[in-house]
Design a protein around this ligand. Structure first.
Ligand SMILES: O=C(O)CCC(=O)C(=O)O
Length: 326
């Protein structure tokens, strides 16, 4: 596995795989490389879209600010069908140079008005940039119903981690608070200070907008609150990586919040053994914290003491002694 996706490699135009690409793959890799996104027209059949809309009806999370359903593939085979569309999986696998797999779905009824962000704050990997998003319009999108907005070329900006932002308290329990308090304003200011242009994915029902891991994007303002904006986002990772969430990690101290993503195609979550295999191939020394390993690393006397404390805390000591006395 290369340490950067194929489409980002400096010598792309002379790489044999690229030279053998179909025109579709060449166009997609060059668009993703230059602009950070690629649009596929008429990707999803309208009958399938209507079936997904039916499966999701009444299930949008009314308590979430943006009415989303996360991971609807767990109950809707139609959502799974959209997520596992062969054309997308094959395209991403070729242009990244590694087998792609869908790991998360989000279904929306209305626009999200989600602030600008890069997915790399949520979904990063070793090696970097092995992640992509695919946003499918389930109805014609207009400037009225809060289209997806994006900042062309922003995928070349440095990826921002919590440590890069003043005031972001690492390791605090409520990362969500610091995400909206510090991260989102930081990205908005960055885009404004650099005078980068915001554009809108005004695409038709069935079209897809694919973005590269670090493209800054979000949901634009809904001008007409009555209008729905039915859509599905699928997030893709690539095989043989180690996956983590920078938002929940202390990267300066090499403490990573490791992810065990779903593979929606096989309907299985990544297992620890495979994660370690991937790490080993990448020459990454991974140490996962577990209480049993922690205890085993201590001398016997300390272990006995810790077990005693544990029993005491759970009230187990009393019942243990009671059993002994009786
Ligand atoms: O659909 C939207 O408005 C935003 C979606 C998004 O930002 C994401 O899935 O990462």
């Amino acid at each position: 596995m290369k340490n950067a996706p194929l489409y980002l490699q400096s010598d792309l135009k002379s790489i044999p795989e690229f030279l053998n690409f179909s025109q579709f793959e060449k166009d997609a890799s060059l668009s993703l490389r230059q602009k950070g996104y690629f649009i596929i027209k008429d990707l999803i059949d309208h009958k399938l879209i209507d079936a997904v809309i039916e499966d999701c009806r009444g299930k949008y999370n009314k308590y979430d600010a943006d009415n989303r359903i996360q991971d609807a593939f767990t109950f809707s085979n139609n959502v799974k069908k959209v997520a596992t569309t062969k054309k997308v999986i094959d395209l991403l696998s070729s242009i990244y140079g590694s087998q792609s797999f869908p790991f998360q779905t989000l279904n929306f009824e209305y626009g999200t008005e989600q602030k600008l962000h890069s997915d790399m704050i949520h979904f990063s990997s070793f090696p970097k940039y092995f992640m992509a998003g695919c946003w499918v319009a389930f109805e014609d999108i207009t400037l009225e119903n809060g289209p997806l907005q994006y900042v062309e070329g922003s995928h070349y900006l440095p990826d921002t981690t919590p440590q890069d932002i003043k005031g972001f308290k690492i390791g605090e329990k409520d990362n969500g608070k610091y995400y909206s308090l510090c991260y989102e304003p930081y990205i908005e200011k960055l885009v404004n200070d650099l005078k980068l242009k915001k554009s809108y994915a005004v695409i038709k029902k069935g079209d897809a907008f694919i973005w590269s891991a670090n493209l800054i994007h979000g949901g634009s303002v809904i001008k007409n609150k009555e209008k729905t904006r039915l859509s599905q986002v699928t997030h893709y990772y690539f095989k043989n990586c180690v996956y983590y969430t920078p938002l929940l990690s202390d990267t300066y101290n090499s403490q990573y919040f490791i992810r065990y993503p779903w593979n929606i195609s096989s309907m299985q979550k990544l297992q620890e053994a495979e994660l370690f295999e991937n790490a080993e191939k990448l020459n990454l020394k991974l140490r996962i914290f577990s209480w049993s390993n922690f205890l085993l690393s201590k001398p016997l006397i300390v272990r006995k003491f810790l077990v005693l404390i544990n029993l005491l805390l759970r009230g187990g000591l009393r019942s243990y002694l009671e059993k002994k006395i009786n």
